[in-house]
Write a protein that binds this ligand. Structure first.
Ligand SMILES: [Zn+2]
Length: 517
C-alpha cells in the first residue's frame, strides 16, 4: 500500500505511550509460585500466567498477543450504512500455546460478552487496543479454544490517538487499512505472525453490496426486515490486516480465469467518469496475475479480483488478500495498470510471505514496487534499468530521501517513499550483482520456501547468497541499512546526460505518490 502519513504518525505516538502502561502492568504480575517438594527442596511450579499483550514486534510491541495461536475467525456481522452501527459475533478457533490465567485480544468496539469454551469470561480493557479476557477456568497449553465475542459499536467514532482505521462513506464503509484495521471490526491476534482462515458474513439492508476476501460459499441470502446477508470465505492462511470488507453500492463483475480461478471485481457506482479507467485497469488483473505467476511462482490463493472503492473512500490502495482495494485517485488520469501490478505482486510478497516483524516492510514494498518496473519492461514502456536510472537521478544526493533506511525505516516511516523507490533500486542492484538467471531463481524460491508463512530480510539475503554463491553482505548493508546515496557506476557515467524519462514513469510516480507518504 501507500498513503496515510499524518494519521500514522499520530497513531504510532499514541500507541508507544500506551505500551508503557501495558508493560508496567506485566511487570507487577506474579512470576510464579514456589512450592516445597516431598524432598523439602523448593522447586518452581509455574502457575498459569497472563498471556503477553504483544508479540514482541520491535516497531509495534503491543500488536498481536501471546499465549495462543488462531486457526480460524468466523466473523458474523450486521451493519447499517445510515448509522455506521456495527454489531456482531466473532467466533475464534485457537490453540493455547501456554498455560494461561488470562489472555488478550486486540479490539476497540464495546464488548457485550465473551465466552471461552462455553463458559462466560470476564473482560477489561488495557493499553491502546487490548481486550483482556479472564476465563472462568484456566487454560492449559495445547487446549483447543473456542472464543465467542459479542459486540457493538460505531467504528468511525471509535478513535485511538484521534484515529480510526475504518472509513465511513456516503453509501457504506471500507474496513481496509495497514497495519491497523481489524481493531474496528473483529477481535483478533492482530499481527502477521498469526494467520488464520476466515468466514465473513454481513447482513445489510437489501440493495447494499458487501465484498470481502476469497469466494462466496453461497449467494446472498434474504433475511427478515428487508435485509440481505452476504457470505465470504478464505481457505488460505490470511494475516489479520489483509481481511477486508467493502460495503456500499457496487457493480460486481464475476468471471473465471483460464486456469479456473474465480474472479470477483467490484466497482463503486460513485466513480462516475472514473469508472471506465478503473475497469480498464482492474479487469486486467487475471492477465497481470498470470504474468506475475511466471516470475514469482504459482499464485498462492483460491480467488482473484479487485475492488474500486468510492470517490469518498480511501486515498491509497491495499493488497487485501485475493482482492486488492483501490482508492479513486489512481484513475484520475486514465487507466493505471502499474498499481494493479503492485497490489497483486503483494499477493506473493506480503500476503503469502508476510513480514515476521513490521521492520521487514521492504520485503513487501520493495518487491511490489520492483514488480512495477518489471511490468514496465514487459509493456515496452521502459526497461527496469531505465526506470532505475531515472529514479536514482530523481533524488539528489543531498535529498532527505537517502537518509531513510529501507531495511529499518522506523515505526513512523514504514510507508516512506524510500521503502518503495530505494527498495526497488535495491532489488535491481541485486539483479545486476547475481545476474538474471540467479535473480529469477531467487524470487520463486523465496515465495515457495515461505509460502503462507513469514520472512525476514536476513533470511532473504541468506537465500540470495545460497542461490548465487556470492557474499551479498555489502550490497544489502549499503542499499538497505546505510544512510546516504550509494555510488552507482552506471548512473555516475551517465551523469553528464540526464536519463530519459521512461514512458511508464508518470504512472509509476502517480501510483507511488498515492501509495507511499
Ligand atoms: Zn504496496
Amino acid at each position: 500500500m501507500e498513503g496515510v502519513h499524518l494519521v500514522r504518525r499520530v497513531l504510532t505516538a499514541a500507541t508507544a505511550a500506551l505500551t508503557l502502561t501495558t508493560a508496567g502492568t506485566m511487570l507487577t504480575s506474579a512470576p510464579g509460585l514456589a512450592a516445597p517438594t516431598a524432598w523439602g527442596r523448593p522447586t518452581v511450579t509455574l502457575a498459569p500466567q497472563p498471556g503477553a499483550p504483544g508479540l514482541g514486534d520491535s516497531y509495534f510491541p503491543d500488536y498481536g498477543n501471546g499465549g495462543y495461536d488462531v486457526s480460524h475467525y468466523d466473523v458474523r456481522l450486521r451493519y447499517d450504512p445510515a448509522t455506521d452501527l456495527l454489531t456482531g459475533t466473532t467466533t475464534i478457533l485457537a490453540t493455547a500455546t501456554e498455560d494461561l490465567s488470562r489472555f488478550n485480544l486486540d479490539f476497540l468496539l464495546d464488548v457485550e460478552s465473551v465466552r471461552v469454551n462455553g463458559w462466560a469470561a470476564t473482560t477489561s480493557t488495557a493499553g491502546a487496543h487490548e481486550l483482556v479476557v479472564t476465563p472462568t477456568r484456566t487454560v492449559t497449553r495445547g487446549q483447543q479454544l473456542t472464543i465467542v465475542v459479542r459486540y457493538a459499536g460505531i467504528p468511525s467514532e471509535t478513535l485511538v490517538g484521534g484515529y480510526t482505521g475504518w472509513t465511513r462513506t456516503d453509501d457504506g464503509a471500507l474496513a481496509v487499512n495497514e497495519p491497523e484495521s481489524a481493531w474496528w471490526w473483529f477481535p483478533s491476534n492482530d499481527h502477521p505472525l498469526d494467520k488464520a482462515t476466515f468466514d465473513i458474513s454481513v447482513s445489510v439492508p437489501t440493495g447494499v453490496e458487501v465484498i470481502s476476501n476469497g469466494v462466496q460459499p453461497r449467494p446472498p441470502l434474504a433475511e427478515a426486515g428487508n435485509r440481505t446477508r452476504w457470505s465470504w470465505r478464505t481457505t488460505s492462511p490470511t494475516a489479520t490486516y489483509l481481511a477486508f470488507m467493502a460495503i456500499g453500492q457496487y457493480d460486481i463483475v464475476t468471471d473465471t480465469t483460464p486456469s479456473g480461478q474465480p474472479v470477483v471485481n467490484a466497482y463503486s457506482t460513485s466513480l462516475g467518469e472514473l469508472g471506465p479507467a478503473a475497469r480498464a485497469s482492474i479487469e486486467r488483473t487475471a492477465e497481470i496475475v498470470d504474468w506475475e505467476s511466471g516470475i514469482f511462482g504459482p499464485y498462492p490463493f483460491e480467488a482473484q479480483g479487485g475492488v474500486a472503492g468510492p470517490v469518498d473512500g480511501i486515498g491509497f490502495a491495499l493488497e487485501t488478500q485475493t482482492r486488492p482495494v483501490y482508492g479513486p485517485g489512481f484513475w484520475r488520469r486514465g487507466a493505471n495498470t502499474y498499481v494493479v501490478a503492485h497490489e497483486n505482486a503483494h499477493q506473493w510478497f506480503g500476503d503469502s510471505v508476510s513480514v515476521a516483524e513490521w521492520r521487514n516492510i521492504w520485503l513487501n514494498e520493495g518487491f511490489a514496487s520492483y514488480a512495477e518496473w518489471l511490468w514496465s519492461e514487459e509493456q515496452g514502456e521502459g526497461t527496469a534499468q531505465e526506470v532505475f536510472d531515472f529514479t536514482y537521478a530523481s533524488y539528489p544526493a543531498d535529498s532527505e530521501f537517502w537518509q531513510v533506511l529501507p531495511g529499518d525505516p522506523g515505526a513512523d516511516r514504514v510507508f516512506d517513499n524510500a521503502v518503495y523507490d530505494r527498495g526497488a533500486m535495491t532489488l535491481h542492484q541485486l539483479r545486476l550483482a547475481v545476474g538474471d538467471d540467479a535473480f529469477f531463481e531467487i524470487l520463486p524460491a523465496w515465495t515457495a520456501e515461505h509460502r503462507y508463512g513469514n520472512g525476514t530480510i536476513a533470511q532473504f539475503q541468506a537465500l540470495a547468497e545460497r542461490i548465487s554463491g556470492l557474499d551479498l553482505d555489502e550490497l544489502f548493508t549499503t542499499w538497505l541499512f546505510t544512510a546516504g546515496r550509494p555510488d552507482v557506476a552506471t548512473a555516475a557515467r551517465r551523469a553528464a546526460t540526464p536519463p530519459v524519462e521512461p514512458k511508464s514513469w508518470a504512472k509509476i510516480r502517480e501510483a507511488h505518490d498515492l501509495l507511499s507518504h
